[in-house]
Design a protein around this ligand. Structure first.
Ligand SMILES: Cc1cc2nc3c(=O)[nH]c(=O)nc-3n(C[C@H](O)[C@H](O)[C@H](O)COP(=O)(O)O)c2cc1C
Length: 187
């Protein structure tokens, strides 16, 4: 599968089969995170793999009751370990670094036939308590991981001309103006 196929076909999975995730597949997904880029190559991250049923259930509760999280055979919790590092652009490095690593994992999982769902809605304090995460470490995201038990969902996306402009910021791009078909065939 090429990268664009994975990007365009992947969708969030919110129903999982009980089938376990093979260890070699899990390792490849974690390798995708390990090999991803980070600011100054800081690799300021830690990925907690959770298979324990009770712990997964608690994580689902900490994610405002998103029960499908607990139904997946694996949950990966992605943490930033150097939360006080601010990049020159003013953004904290760890949120960007950990998010890139998560995106890579999600695409790698898709290529292996596994589903994921980026989870950003959770009570960080609760997750930290459940997993004994130190105070200075931040939880950026988590994802259930497992074989999908649902058909792929349709993608709804803005068109390119709604989100791209050239040379300077424009509220509306002039590029494809004039009533042209602006969808570029992408959904
Ligand atoms: C930062 C972020 C936070 C998200 N948080 C949640 C979440 O807590 N629960 C959930 O079901 N989906 C969550 N999602 C998934 C989005 O709803 C989903 O990616 C979006 O609707 C596009 O759909 P798709 O992933 O199927 O293409 C999150 C996605 C991102 C990128």
């Amino acid at each position: 599968m090429d990268v664009f196929a994975a990007i365009s076909q992947r969708s969030s999975v919110r129903a999982y089969k009980a089938t376990d995730v093979e260890q070699d597949k899990l390792k490849k997904i974690l390798e995708a995170a390990r090999l991803s880029p980070s600011a100054s190559n800081r690799q300021d991250w830690k990925f907690i793999v959770v298979r324990n049923k009770e712990t997964k259930k608690k994580l689902a509760e900490a994610a405002f009751g998103q029960s499908f999280i607990g139904e997946a055979p694996v949950v990966i919790v992605a943490c930033g370990t150097e939360s006080d590092e601010i990049m020159g652009c003013g953004q904290p490095a760890y949120t960007v670094d950990v998010s890139i690593a998560c995106a890579y994992m999600i695409l790698q999982a898709y290529e292996l036939g596994l589903g994921t769902c980026w989870i950003g809605a959770f009570e960080e304090g609760e997750v930290k308590k459940i997993l004994k995460i130190p105070k200075e470490v931040r939880v950026v995201a988590m994802t259930p991981l497992g074989y999908p038990n649902q058909p792929p969902s349709q993608k709804f996306r803005k068109s390119l001309d709604q989100i791209v402009c050239f040379e300077k910021y424009e509220w509306k791009s002039g590029w494809l103006s004039g009533g042209a078909d602006t969808s570029w065939g992408l959904r």
